[in-house]
Design a binder for this molecule. Structure first.
Ligand code: PFF
Length: 452
């Protein structure tokens, strides 16, 4: 089983792979979710636990995903089955890939709705609609957006089309080109916004909030949220990184590459926090405002500041770019599967899948208006899909991938790809066999049975 390249193509260089995977990892999870869960969970101590989770669980699982993809050079289902067979296991392990693809489809359907809100806010900031609004007015404006299915549909459709077009264009012409343009833009925007935050007068307070480690503030629940989030933010547990890994060049070191991706993703989350909290503090607002932090508090804060319209617009462009590159990666594993398994043309596979996720997205956006009384286990469709994917399906996928890499794949094959020193390989192996599955299982257990 030594395919030289995937039939989908391969990345032009190791750095393109790093940037494409970082594009997948850096998304709404970093810029929207990370700051607000840090805010809700007391700041510094939460950040420290999150960093530990990335290093001890996230990075080792990402290494597993990359080597599985790169060894097989196929979509996740076939990669897992082929590698299982090569290691004299059952091809049924491919089922992890099936679950992963399903996760991607489900995540996309609500991710695209939020991506649509971001597009809406780019225009609202640009045209000055949000200038000088009070908190109540900003809350009402967000409420009015959610109450209007046609507006939401328009933005969701635009975001879906933007994503499908890139995926349909293929690995090199589509995803790689988008990566080359969007990732540098993302880094520049982030630095500009960090610079702006430094001028707001709230920077010291923002810094202190994020890096003052007060363990008295840390709760068990917060630790669990940190581990769950480390998963979502690194795009793990659903085969995305496996698919991207299958396009990676053979000679690149997986360990170093994955460490770089993990570091970039973490730096972006931290810098996003440092760009957001000073703006919030400078305006005397509450860092623990929850999901509305980005769509309600921030527009108010920007609206009251010098050049707030310009920097507010840039901020939402940044979020839009980050969400776009992640959304692309949500579709890639399934498109690769459809092309390889059913010999579909990439464009047909992308549009077909695109229609499915777009339609599912309508159920998600309807959660805030015409379908608000449709609930699953007491949650509306949007919240339900967010909950079962991020909290259950991805962690479950992660456990299975770790167990697969640790117990099923022959060490020889893993080491063939990973090429680690024997001590580091042992550490990685222990993480796959025990540490990662046990840690995730604990999180899953407590997410399903929350601590009081
Ligand atoms: N990592 C993305 C974020 O932090 O927003 C979300 C995501 C993308 C999760 C792709 C999973 C995935 F496969």
């Amino acid at each position: 089983m030594k395919n030289k390249t995937s039939i989908q193509g391969s990345w032009a260089s190791r750095w393109i792979f790093i940037l494409a995977a970082t594009g997948s990892a850096v998304g709404l999870g970093n810029i929207w979710k990370f700051p607000y869960i840090t805010g809700e969970n007391g700041g510094g101590a939460f950040v420290l636990v999150y960093l530990a989770c990335i290093l001890l669980v996230g990075i080792p699982i990402m290494m597993a995903e990359v080597f599985i993809g790169r060894r097989a050079r196929k979509n996740p289902i076939n990669a897992l089955s082929d590698l299982a067979e090569e290691s004299e296991g059952t091809r049924k392990w491919g089922i992890i890939g099936v679950m992963g693809m399903l996760s991607g489809v489900l995540i996309f359907s609500f991710y695209s709705v939020v991506g649509g809100w971001v597009l809406h806010y780019i225009i609202a900031m640009l045209t000055g609609d949000m200038a000088n609004v009070t908190s109540d007015q900003a809350g009402d404006a967000f409420g009015a957006l959610l109450a209007n299915p046609m507006t939401l549909l328009g933005w969701h459709t635009l975001f879906s089309i933007m994503t499908i077009v890139v995926v349909a264009a293929g690995i090199n012409k589509g995803i790689e080109t988008a990566t080359r343009i969007m990732m540098p833009a993302l880094f520049v925007l982030l630095i500009v916004l960090l610079g702006y935050a430094m001028t707001t007068g709230g920077f010291a307070q923002g810094w202190d909030f994020m890096f003052h480690f007060d363990f008295g503030q840390l709760t068990w629940n917060a630790a669990l949220i940190a581990l769950g989030h480390s998963f979502f933010t690194l795009s793990l547990g659903m085969g995305t990184i496996m698919a991207y890994g299958s396009y990676m060049t053979k000679n690149a070191s997986i360990g170093k590459t994955v460490l770089t991706i993990g570091a970039l993703d973490t730096v972006v989350a931290l810098v996003a926090g440092l760009a957001i909290f000073p703006v919030i503090f400078a305006n005397g607002m509450d860092p623990a405002a929850g999901p509305g932090l980005m769509f309600i508090s921030l527009p108010v804060a920007f609206g009251q500041m010098p050049f707030g319209q310009l920097f507010g617009t840039l901020f939402f462009v940044l979020v839009g770019v980050a969400a776009w590159t992640s959304a692309i990666s949500l579709l890639e594993p399934t498109v690769a599967f459809l092309v390889e398994r059913f010999k579909m043309k990439r464009i047909t596979a992308s549009i077909g899948l695109g229609l499915v996720v777009w339609a599912l997205g309508i159920a998600c956006l309807g959660s805030f208006n015409f379908m608000s009384d449709v609930t699953f286990f007491g949650k509306n469709t949007f919240d339900f899909l967010d909950y079962i994917t991020a909290n259950i399906m991805l962690p479950l996928g992660g456990i299975l991938i770790a167990l697969f890499a640790g117990w099923v794949v022959k060490d020889k094959f893993a080491q063939d790809e990973l090429n680690l020193s024997s001590t580091v390989f042992k550490l990685w192996n222990v993480s796959m066999k025990f540490t990662a599955p046990v840690a995730i299982a604990i999180v899953l257990y407590f997410l399903i049975n929350p601590l009081q």
